[in-house]
Design a protein around this ligand. Structure first.
Ligand code: F0G
Length: 629
């Protein structure tokens, strides 16, 4: 085996040999296991964490010391000398912990090379190839399909399980060439051949500082303002874009099948589409809700139902973008605070990407359906004794301290993905702009994304007018509503004790309020609705055969209220965005329909549309009589 050679490592069983084969000696590639990307001691520390014990360990400068692994140690030393500039997988064929370590490393999101290690006497074969991706600094050394790691004697059952799970995680990098019905040249990122530049910019007009799109920041380092992703140009004609987006609906290419990435020209911040993590999100329908329209006193409401997303909420539209950026940046861990939907979504995308998801949730304030999803997707889940706003402050510090990538909506890449909701909406409306887009407001990321999306579509000439926005908040958690009643008086005042059964919007200090303010502007409105109004509206949406989770129903309650106040006309074109799936909060549904629902102060909510289940005897006649009554 020659130094630097990679594919087809022989199964001699000598781990030293195998590891030598992995040492590419290629100064241009980088084995980026560490979070800080500095190479050297940092990655070494991570690399060897599972080797600690048995006399093995790291010296102060991160060099492996110890002798248990014999020849392997030499290889390690070699690696430490090149300090993160070599690629490959260190692995010990005779130690169980090594298996675990290899798996750990295989999950590193920006290892830059792939090859084959084939250990003799293997008990299990695991494929890690798809964990290795080409990154900024180097090229993939060996095609992923050729990469196979076999674990010999994986040791303890725990290590076994860890390896097995890790080995079965997927990444979606190899699908690009698998598409049969793919309209030529449609699937690529437009900026691949152009000089298009994407960058982060401070949202505050008085600052306007710019930063590279690869910087891991969530607020402007200069002034603390919100950040947004900007592009120097979208190099295409509106008509061409519309045509391309339509044609992509016939494509079997994963990027085209995604209702987010189909519109990728509108958020071309990735340079390499192999970083895209997609669960085929988006593609959510526009549904007519006749009963809901008459309930609200308007001619027609169309519901853009984001609950049809893979994890059941609009968060998937943003999370695919945020998770892809995490992969592009080479992050290893991602985190968020969540009332449910964000955590489920982040956990799913992180799992798919081979990133470690860490979610923090307000203890006792998360719907079980969502918690269940997060656990199932393998998220490390921490229930914190604090509310959403407090935990957001906490997780931001934690992310900074530990180098974890934050995926709450303050992350500007989430906002880029969520723009696709309004883009897809316009596409589905054949680019006829609705008079109103109605959306529930919590942390105000979604409305901010919608605002950016429609502004950009308008600037490009994709739409010829701007819709008006109505943001609906729950009365007990409505700081934005209060602020918008008198925007300039005294600045934004957070609600320190937000209360609502619609847990998704139980937020008192929404981070994106400046963007939301700009979006709503003078033409839009912000309304607040009571718990009972939300509950009844939710039941009506259910009766349409559509269904949604409580926060989403604030839209219909808001439309009814705005209509009654004459702020919205009966014949206007209205699209309400249902943000989450009906299955999010079955407990709420059951209580409503059995008249057991109580508001946050313990006051009963009498469901105007209650539909309680009836207990019947096992008796045909009795049941028939009941049904015919
Ligand atoms: N609707 C649903 C179903 C949500 O899950 C959320 C937010 C919102 C509306 C509010 O959207 O924050 O963009 O104004 N849920 C977050 C979560 C807080 O953790 O899942 P926003």
């Amino acid at each position: 085996m020659e130094d630097g050679e990679f594919a087809g490592v022989a199964a001699e069983g000598s781990h030293a040999e195998a590891m030598e084969a992995q040492d590419l000696g290629n100064e241009e590639t980088e084995f980026a296991v560490a979070q800080d990307g500095d190479g050297g001691a940092a990655w070494e520390a991570h690399l060897f964490e599972d080797f600690a014990g048995g006399g093995n360990g790291l010296s102060e400068d991160g060099v492996f010391v110890g002798d248990v692994f014999g020849d392997g140690q030499e290889v390690f030393r070699g690696k430490s000398q090149v300090g993160g500039k070599s690629a490959g997988v260190a692995h010990d064929a005779e130690d169980g912990a090594a298996g675990a370590m290899a798996a750990e490393m295989a999950l590193a999101p920006r290892a830059l090379a792939a090859g084959e290690i084939d250990f003799a006497d293997d008990a299990a074969a695991l494929h890690f190839a798809d964990k290795f991706v080409a990154g900024d600094a180097g090229k993939a050394v060996v095609a992923a399909e050729e990469f196979e790691v076999r674990i010999a004697d994986a040791g303890e059952a725990d290590a076994d399980a860890h390896v097995a799970l890790a080995g079965t995680r997927q990444r979606g990098f190899d699908y690009l060439d698998n598409t049969v019905f793919e309209p030529d040249s449609l699937h690529r990122f437009y900026n691949e051949e152009s000089s298009m530049r994407s960058y982060l910019a401070c949202f505050e007009a008085t600052c306007g500082a710019e930063y590279p799109v690869t910087e891991v920041i969530y607020n402007c380092p200069r002034c603390g303002g919100l950040l947004e992703v900007r592009y120097s140009e979208i190099p295409s004609e509106p008509w061409t874009l519309k045509q391309v987006w339509r044609e992509r609906r016939m494509s079997n290419h994963p990027l085209d099948q995604s209702g987010v990435w189909r519109y990728r020209e509108m958020f071309p911040f990735l340079e390499d589409d192999r970083h895209v993590m997609t669960l085929r999100e988006g593609n959510t329908p526009l549904l007519d809700g006749c009963l809901a329209s008459s309930y609200a006193g308007v001619d027609r409401i169309r519901f853009k139902h984001q609950g049809f997303n893979p994890t059941g909420s609009f968060k998937d539209n943003g999370m695919t973008a945020g998770a892809s950026q995490a992969v592009r940046l080479g992050m290893k861990r991602v985190a968020c605070v969540s009332t449910g939907n964000t955590s489920a979504s982040m956990a799913a995308y992180a799992a798919m990407a081979g990133l470690d998801p860490i979610i923090l949730i307000p203890n006792g304030n998360i719907a079980f359906g969502k918690l269940g999803q997060a656990l199932d997707y393998g998220a490390r889940t921490l229930q914190v004794e604090a509310n959403f706003d407090q935990i957001l402050a906490l997780v931001r510090v934690l992310a900074e301290k530990l180098g974890i990538y934050l995926l709450n909506s303050v992350n500007p890449f989430r906002i880029e993905g969520q723009k696709s909701i309004v883009i897809e909406m316009m596409d589905q409306l054949d680019w006829e702009v609705p008079d109103w887009i109605v959306v529930p407001g919590g942390n105000l990321g979604n409305i901010s994304a919608f605002g950016k999306g429609v502004q950009e579509m308008h600037r490009l000439g994709l739409i010829t007018k701007l819709p008006r926005f109505a943001v609906i908040q729950a009365a007990g958690a409505s700081p934005f509503y209060e602020f918008m009643k008198a925007p300039h008086a005294g600045g934004f005042v957070p609600n320190t004790h937000p209360e609502t059964l619609a847990t998704a919007i139980k937020i008192g200090d929404p981070v994106s309020w400046p963007k939301a303010w700009q979006t709503v502007g003078t033409e839009g409105v912000v309304e607040s609705v009571t718990e009972a109004e939300i509950a009844d509206a939710k039941a009506v949406i259910g009766r349409c055969g559509i269904g949604c989770e409580p926060a989403s129903a604030a839209t219909l309650a808001g439309i009814k209220k705005l209509r009654a106040a004459g702020k919205l006309k009966a014949d206007e074109i209205i699209v309400a965005v249902l943000t989450g799936n009906v299955l999010k909060d079955p407990d709420y549904i059951y209580r409503y329909h059995t008249n057991q629902l109580q508001d946050p102060h313990g006051e009963p909510i009498r469901g105007g549309y209650a539909n309680p289940p009836v207990v019947v005897p096992n008796d045909v006649d009795a049941i028939a009589k009941l049904l015919e009554a």
